[in-house]
Design a protein around this ligand. Structure first.
Ligand code: 13P
Length: 256
């Protein structure tokens, strides 16, 4: 946690979710109602096919809805892509950019990720910018070098705490059930905080840094308690309302 920073518990549904999954979304929307929502922000990023209907399902809930990627352009001849303006038009308030699966599957560079984040900010959509080392990079002792480069090159100069969120997702921890030790998470987040402050001065103190990679109900409280961990980006466990809500509610005790 970071003093005076409102944590964000975010779910990334990836390429999962049919109309039938809206029941889970509705249950999440109901479950995050209540006093904790003043202190903790919640977000689900369903696939683009469900974006518009998802925002309609949770209109009475503090749950925010976001997208998983956007193009750098506002519109045009880019078959299959969606723009940040389209996300805003569907009432999406966040977009994930630079997820490791996109960096790998679509060969996305830091420069492209930065341009996508800039497009999001221009459309008034907050950007969740993902960074993280691979298993080989960690073994080679390059973790902090990788984070330094990705943060420097993927994050736009206009980043503010209201519009940009960093998600530290070690690639080897995604979908594997493995997580770094608490000491390793603490080291990475402290490093990122120092880098953000060096670049963005006092604004960098309150830019949220989420941890992602095998966050589950059973480990969430321990991970979220670590200094400079300002929430979670959750894959698999966000697909089930019960699990997402258990992670969200780990803040009941942490913030008590
Ligand atoms: P898992 O929680 O399934 O490991 O996925 C993490 C992730 O990639 C979220 O963006």
């Amino acid at each position: 946690m970071t003093p005076d920073v409102r944590p964000l518990v975010a779910g990334n549904w990836k390429m999962n979710g049919l109309r039938a999954s809206l029941d889970q979304l509705k249950a999440i929307g109901e479950g995050v109602k209540g006093p904790l929502s003043d202190k903790v922000e919640s977000l689900i990023c369903p696939p683009a096919t469900l974006l518009y209907v998802a925002t309609a399902v949770v209109t009475e809930s503090p749950l925010a809805i976001g997208a998983q990627d956007c193009h750098t352009a506002i519109s045009g001849a880019h078959t299959g892509d969606i723009s940040a303006e389209m996300i805003a038009d569907c009432f999406g308030t966040y977009v994930i950019v630079g997820h490791s699966e996109r960096r790998t599957d679509h060969a996305e560079s830091d420069a492209l990720v930065r341009a996508k984040a800039e497009a999001a900010l221009a459309a008034d959509v907050a950007a969740i910018i993902c960074i993280g080392e691979t298993g080989d990079e960690r073994k080679a002792g390059q973790t902090l070098d990788v984070l330094e480069r990705q943060l420097r090159d993927s994050v736009p100069d206009g980043a503010t705490a209201a519009r940009v969120v960093i998600a530290y997702e070690p690639v080897w921890a995604i979908g594997t059930g493995l997580t770094p030790s608490a000491a390793d998470v603490e080291e990475a987040h402290a490093f990122l905080r120092a880098e953000l402050i060096a670049r963005f001065s006092s604004e960098g103190k309150s830019i949220r840094i989420l941890y992602g990679g095998s966050v589950k109900p059973g480990n969430a409280a321990d991970l979220m308690a670590i200094a400079n961990v300002d929430g979670a980006l959750i894959g698999g466990a966000s697909l089930k309302a019960e699990d997402f809500l258990a992670i969200y509610r780990s803040y009941e005790t942490l913030l008590a």
